[in-house]
Design a protein around this ligand. Structure first.
Ligand code: PHE
Length: 533
């Protein structure tokens, strides 16, 4: 019979802090609503943090999560937040908002309507991101379905399909059709006899016929799955309607030039497949819910410029130098610090961290994702193309994506995401950075020209002066969108003295609120464990 403590030590050795935390929650040792769904701290958890002070650097999702949980455990928490708002990269923009980049401010000119907003940071929550979803549940943040994959949206790539946009249902259907046809041919020519028994062959052929919607001779000759010819996409009243002409095999294969196959299977990724959610009214509803609970712990406009591990009379603690609106404040002294500051910013903050920690901070690279949004005069994507939410994809080295809003269907106007660019490739080309380095007006102009390839007449459909752009590499106190691979950074998963590092960069889910929340929970557990021993 092992004790709870031995069990937790064992879990700690195999699963790390997060594992311990989850196990503690499962054992009812923490009153953690986010994991257990129960809202009252257990007897064990109450008073655990008694008298201990924790300073949290940054009021993004990680900082807010840590503050919420530590506060409930009885710790005295303060969050120092550099900007005037909470949320960090969780940023929803609406009418009248002013957002900042190093090069200046943008005022958001969308109409003053609740449904006209854009999530310029996180915008989708996969169904298995339990931590963030459980907070939504606990806090009563209402969710609606977010659509990634939409068969009415488009693929477009210069050099492929005569430069024309191809509707997703067509490309998906034809791709499957040809794969099935060719594989069926190989089977029929006995090319796979080593791998297949006679019975396997029959079964495989039957699977392929269904997979690709093949004819009786196992040939692919088009399919109603791609839609029908005529005025309707479906057959409507016309029982004789013919499926649209398939793209030729060579045309389909031509898409290879655009290096875009990944966009066809994007929603197969575990973090991108249905069901995905978004909070009704904007992603920052999550931030608002946290603020209602821990907003009083946040000191806004408090810029950290020094983090010092100190020891006095055998007691170790942390001292944080900061200024408030330019005025140097008395250093904030606490038993522990949880630092959620992105390493791109942290590396310029004075500290006495160990060499290992510093190297880890200095070497971490961040992606530079860019988003651009416009208000449209009418929902032309719905009215003309029956596109309700989802993504049109275009070249990797350009706007990459157009996102159609997964809210406000059939309303007068809509906010469309005119670009979402991210990612590096194997040649270290950072496509987003090219966009980020343009001026705001150049970015908009570029998005308009590129969008025109997918939606002829695009520019006139949009209220061009409402364009908002967000290049996360150019944002003060962010300087990047999310840590690039490889992740996580081992050195920062460990505390340096009394300083713990949290945020998506210490999780394997970088670029996700789930990673931030999970890392905050693991940190809370690690601190709590240290206090208990
Ligand atoms: N979570 C973000 C998104 O869904 C960023 C991201 C993109 C993270 C791709 C990983 C991979 O777009």
């Amino acid at each position: 019979m092992i004790t709870k403590r031995q069990f937790l030590q064992y879990i700690g050795s195999v699963a790390g802090a997060a594992g311990v935390y989850r196990s503690m929650a499962a054992l009812g040792m923490l009153g953690v609503s986010s994991l257990t769904g129960c809202s009252s701290p257990s007897a064990v958890s109450q008073g655990l943090g008694d008298g201990k002070r924790v300073v949290i650097l940054g009021a993004g999702i990680a900082g807010l999560t840590a503050a919420y949980e530590l506060d409930r455990l009885g710790y005295a928490c303060t969050i120092l937040e550099a900007t005037a708002r909470a949320g960090g990269r969780n940023l929803t923009v609406r009418h009248g908002d002013v957002i900042e980049e190093f090069s200046g401010m943008q005022r958001v000119k969308f109409d003053n309507e609740a449904y006209l907003y854009a999530n310029m940071g996180p915008a989708r929550i996969p169904y298995h991101h339990r931590t963030i979803l459980d907070y939504c549940k606990t806090f009563g943040v209402e969710l609606e379905v977010f659509t990634n994959d939409n068969r009415a949206a488009f693929f477009q790539a210069p050099g492929s399909f005569d430069n024309q946009p191809v509707v997703a249902r067509q490309l998906h259907t034809d791709q499957r059709g040809y794969i099935a046809e060719l594989l069926a041919k190989a089977v029929q020519r006995n090319a796979l006899d080593q791998e297949l028994t006679a019975e396997d062959r029959e079964r495989l052929l039957s699977m392929l016929a269904d997979f690709g919607n093949l004819e009786d001779d196992y040939m692919y000759k088009g399919s109603g799955r791609a839609g029908y010819q005529g005025d309707h996409i479906n057959k409507g009243l016309d029982g004789d309607a013919m499926p649209v002409e398939p793209l030729g095999l060579r045309q389909v294969l031509g898409f290879d030039k655009a290096d875009l196959w990944w966009t066809l299977r994007f929603s197969h990724g575990i973090n991108q497949n249905p069901t995905l959610f978004q909070p009704v009214g904007g992603m920052d509803m999550i931030v608002e819910a946290f603020e209602e609970r821990v907003g009083h712990l946040i000191r806004y406009e408090s810029i950290v410029d020094g983090i010092w591990n100190k020891t006095e009379g055998g007691r170790s603690f942390v001292s944080v130098d900061y200024s408030y609106r330019g005025e140097v404040m008395e250093s904030f002294v606490a038993d522990f610090a949880i630092c959620t500051i992105p390493t791109t910013v942290l590396k310029d903050i004075d500290n006495n961290f160990s060499g290992t920690t510093r190297t880890a901070i200095d070497e971490k690279k961040y992606d530079a994702a860019v988003k651009i949004a416009f208000q449209a005069k009418r929902r032309f994507w719905e009215e003309d193309h029956y596109i309700y939410g989802g993504i049109s994809w275009t070249t990797h080295n350009d706007i990459q994506q157009i996102w159609y809003p997964a809210n406000g269907y059939h309303r007068a106007k809509g906010v469309i995401l005119g670009a979402y660019v991210f990612g590096e490739d194997e040649f270290d080309r950072d496509f987003a950075l090219r966009f980020a380095k343009m001026s705001h007006s150049q970015r908009l102009e570029h998005a308009l020209t590129s969008g025109e390839r997918i939606h002829p007449g695009y520019r006139n459909e949009l209220e061009v002066n409402t364009g908002v752009s967000r290049a996360w590499s150019e944002v003060p106190f962010q300087k990047g969108s999310w840590p690039s691979a490889p992740v996580p950074i081992e050195a920062l998963e460990m505390p340096d003295g009394a300083v713990y590092f949290a945020g998506d960069l210490t999780s394997a889910l970088t670029g996700w609120q789930e990673g931030s929340a999970q890392s905050a929970l693991a940190t809370v557990e690690a601190i709590n464990d240290r206090v208990m021993t």
